[in-house]
Design a protein around this ligand. Structure first.
Ligand code: BMA
Length: 849
């Protein structure tokens, strides 16, 4: 077998232009034009608006390739593309050899007759996805609606391309084109492995597994061969070799490898992630030619448990027989441009998630199926993956051509990703059930839309997915109440997206009134740091409502929403950096209110995945990690919100607490100012009994005087959530003004946990003293101490890559905290120390006014 990579330098031009420019493969036209100096940075200012012509034009890429006569002697001579974005025609020496209109499939075009010995020319011509989409829409018998955004292009329902390339409510509209994954020439005459899928049968006795290995093979000739599957890293006997009879053409074979002794793979926080190489080989004994393929497997059972119970239908993941509370966030592509997608970016993202105590990421359906590297990292860091199929906030056509293309996509992606132990669930789409049954339900062609929906998801995607991967649940959509239902917003069943607090402007307490089973989306926006903003706007535009700042905000009214809530909660800052800081603290508080409430509700609620972990350019958004990797306040707060042992306070309004919360009965009744009590809870994700103790105190903000103190000894069931004590405002001594105290609780024991802090008033109504902070840097350790209470203390080291072990924390009077900076780029400690000393800036709430 011969394989020749065609990655690297290609030339490209706008179709019709004479001038060829230097391009890169894998990559795309926007990055190539940017590198060639032909367009300005599309992220800067409002350059995006000036470069729409790129997505509206046709482009072509070309290169030459020298081919030896020996390569052409093979029975199969293929030009293999792992990803063409999107509407592409491929020519070899002027002859058309293939076409694609779906970026989510791979292609192997037969080029045996088109190639000649010596120099050959390969050309890939891309049609404008915008023009193609509009044209297709016009041909379709009726309108197929989708959501629209402030800067966008139409036609996306008809184009099998990352939907967010057409613009989103956090993303730019830059509908790129290009050869975005590897391209190579492949020639062979003996059988070649196309893909390997695995299925595991754990048989119930712990560490022995029957591993079913399904191998997709293309055999140029029928014949007798030998197929072997071995796991060199597992117990010595793990391997099977079998004689196989192959027909000519593509086929799938099956082998079962009994593995007597293996260590189980666990999600982050529940155990290790042992991974084993699985080597599959098909050998032609006569010719001595063989083809080998190596994949990695991890041994685990994953099940989505959906069963009727007292509250409706359960919805939770079980891994190796243990219920797992899903803690995580939604991801979007790390860049709109493949030329800018690097392993470093993926590693930073996945590591940040694991470091924030997450155990699940949802790959949201508006982007593309990520590179292998992303899923490899999820395997290594123990992040379960909820994988959407790539459909989002839209209806779609269901003509034969579209359905065939989607079926090919599903088979291709499932075959590509199914061995990853991290992959937990396939999900039909993002919010398209809502689009069908709510947003566009009044459309005159609603009945046609329903029929198209069924044809696409129920008759095409679901069966293809189940056939390719019977081991995983296919969930109809996110949100959904389950197969065969048509009300995706039911709280007692399935997953929900809860958006009333951001999109409807409800107060944060509204989260406390909800009783979901699993929340796969909810979010609150904030601004990125000035480190990030400086890369896209002038300092003169550093103002929340300047036109440039509003260009870098894609949710209409988003900045006003942030400002309005800020005025309700905090005293207004007048310095821009303080404003950014406070917007991030505010986002963190929204997420804290929701996540703590939903964790307290376990086992009835069994998962929270907030919107959104990352974002693909510098913009005001729901992300907790900025485009360039800096952690916002929420990313740090997530680490505390998702700690294995959560200590939290449930605010009681009008004297009630917990379930009888007055807020639950009348969501509009009250604001934070009416908090009458704070109920202390402990929530454990530890699968063993939990002992230790929790110290609870009411502390004066200025002098640290203890107004109230108690200790609760713990003897908690595995995975339990319990109420421990209540501090009632009415029980505090008469001389205590509630605006001058904070409530603190801390778990003292063996598991990771963080102190909880609560107050009885809005932050703007607190009588915060002016604290004096002292700071000491020693290696990667930073120790900060305060004489008086200091709230939301931020240690900011700018763009230094990595994260502190904690940040945006509270200090009680006289308290000292040491946190450690974990450098993600492997810098030596001495360098980290020098950089921290050089960059460190400290903020806290009282210093913003
Ligand atoms: C959800 C997502 C995205 C969107 C986000 C914020 O519905 O699925 O489509 O970006 O809300 O509005």
């Amino acid at each position: 077998m011969r394989s020749k990579s065609l990655n690297g330098a290609w030339a490209f031009r706008r179709v019709g232009d004479d001038r060829w420019l230097d391009g890169a493969v894998p990559g795309g036209v926007y990055t190539d034009l940017r590198e060639a100096g032909e367009i300005p940075d599309p992220f800067y200012g409002d350059n995006e608006l000036d470069v729409q012509w790129v997505g509206e034009s046709d482009w072509e890429y070309r290169r030459t390739v020298d081919v030896g006569a020996a390569l052409l002697d093979h029975e199969r001579v293929l030009l293999r593309f792992d990803g063409l974005d999107t509407v592409a025609t491929v020519f070899v020496n002027g002859e058309e050899v293939g076409r694609s209109a779906n970026m989510h499939v791979g292609h192997r075009f037969d080029v045996a007759d088109a190639l000649v010995p010596g120099e050959n020319e390969v050309v890939v011509r891309f049609r404008s996805p915008v023009e193609y989409g509009v044209e297709r829409a016009a041909e379709y018998p009726y309108e197929v609606p989708c959501t629209r955004y402030p800067v966008d292009q139409p036609g996306r329902p008809f184009v099998r391309k990352a939907q967010c390339h057409f613009g989103w409510d956090w993303g730019p509209c830059l509908p790129t084109m290009g050869i975005y994954r590897d391209v190579s020439l492949e020639a062979y005459s003996s059988p070649r492995i196309q893909y390997v899928k695995t299925e595991q049968d754990h048989g119930g006795d712990g560490d022995s597994v029957d591993l079913t290995v399904r191998v997709g093979i293309d055999a140029p000739r029928a014949g007798e061969y030998e197929l072997a599957a071995t796991l060199p890293g597992a117990d010595a006997a793990a391997g099977v070799t079998a004689p196989v009879s192959l027909a000519a053409g593509e086929q799938e074979l099956e082998l079962t490898v009994p593995v007597a002794d293996c260590d189980l793979w666990w999600p982050n926080g529940l155990g290790d992630q042992p991974l084993y190489d699985l080597e599959v080989e098909i050998a032609d004994e006569d010719s001595g030619v063989s083809h080998a393929h190596t994949d990695r497997v991890g041994f685990r059972e994953v099940e989505l448990v959906v069963e009727p119970d007292a509250a409706g239908n359960s919805f939770y993941f079980e891994v190796n027989g243990q219920p797992v509370y899903a803690k995580g966030a939604n991801t979007v592509p790390v860049s709109p441009f493949y030329g800018d997608v690097t392993e470093e970016r993926y590693e930073h993202l996945v590591r940040s998630a694991a470091d924030a105590n997450m155990n699940m990421l949802r790959v949201w359906g508006g982007g593309y199926y990520e590179d292998e590297a992303f899923y490899d990292l999820c395997d290594e860091y123990g992040l379960l993956v909820w994988q959407d199929f790539m459909f989002s906030c839209s209806l779609h056509p269901a003509d034969e051509e579209f359905l065939a293309s989607v079926e090919a996509e599903v088979r291709h992606q499932v075959r590509r990703l199914a061995t990853h132990p991290s992959l937990a669930l396939w999900c039909g789409n993002n919010e398209n059930e809502v689009a069908l049954h709510e947003w566009f339900a009044d459309h005159e062609h609603h009945d046609d839309h329903v029929a198209d929906y069924r044809a696409l998801y129920e008759e095409t995607i679901a069966p293809a997915c189940r056939e390719e991967d019977p081991s995983r649940t296919y969930w109809p959509g996110s949100p959904s109440s389950g197969p065969g239902t048509d009300d995706p917003d039911v709280f007692g069943a399935g997953d929900v997206h809860y958006w009333d607090v951001w999109h409807a402007g409800e107060p944060f307490e509204e989260y406390l009134a909800t009783e979901p089973r699993f929340v796969s989306e909810f979010g609150y926006q904030s601004f990125p740091s000035t480190d990030s903003l400086r890369t896209v706007i002038e300092e003169a535009d550093f103002n929340p409502t300047s036109p440039m700042m509003e260009h870098h905000q894609r949710n209409p009214g988003g900045n006003t929403t942030i400002l309005t809530r800020m005025a309700e909660t905090f005293r207004m800052p007048f310095d821009f950096e303080d404003f950014v800081y406070l917007s991030q603290v505010q986002q963190g508080l929204a997420m804290q209110t929701a996540i703590e409430h939903w964790r307290r509700r376990k086992p009835e609620t069994m998962g929270t995945l907030y919107w959104q972990l990352n974002v693909l350019w510098p913009v005001a958004s729901w992300a907790s990690i900025e485009y360039d990797g800096k952690w916002k306040a929420q990313q740090y707060m997530a680490r505390r919100q998702y700690a294995p042992v959560l200590v939290s306070f449930d605010p009681g309004f009008e004297g009630a607490s917990g379930a009888e919360n007055a807020q639950a009965e009348d969501p509009d009744a009250t604001a934070w100012g009416d908090v009458q009590s704070q109920t202390l809870w402990i929530t454990s994700d530890v699968p063993e009994r939990l002992d230790g103790r929790v110290d609870l105190a009411v502390v004066h903000l200025t002098d640290g005087r203890l107004v109230h103190e108690e200790t609760v000894e713990l003897d908690l069931d595995p995975n339990a959530s319990e109420e421990l004590a209540t501090v009632d405002r009415a029980d505090l001594p008469d001389d205590v003004d509630v605006s001058e105290v904070m409530v603190r609780a801390e778990y003292l024991g063996d598991e990771e946990s963080y102190p909880a802090t609560a107050v009885f008033a809005e932050y703007k109504a607190l009588d915060l003293p002016e604290p004096e902070l002292s700071v000491d840097v020693d290696g990667a350790d930073v120790t900060v101490a305060s004489d008086r209470a200091a709230l939301f203390v931020e240690l900011d080291v700018g763009t230094l890559s990595g994260a502190f072990s904690d940040d945006f924390f509270h200090l009680a009077p006289g308290e000292e905290r040491t946190v450690t900076f974990d450098a993600y780029d492997g810098k030596r400690e001495a360098v980290v120390e020098a950089e921290i000393e050089d960059r460190l800036e400290i903020r806290h709430l009282r210093a913003t006014y």
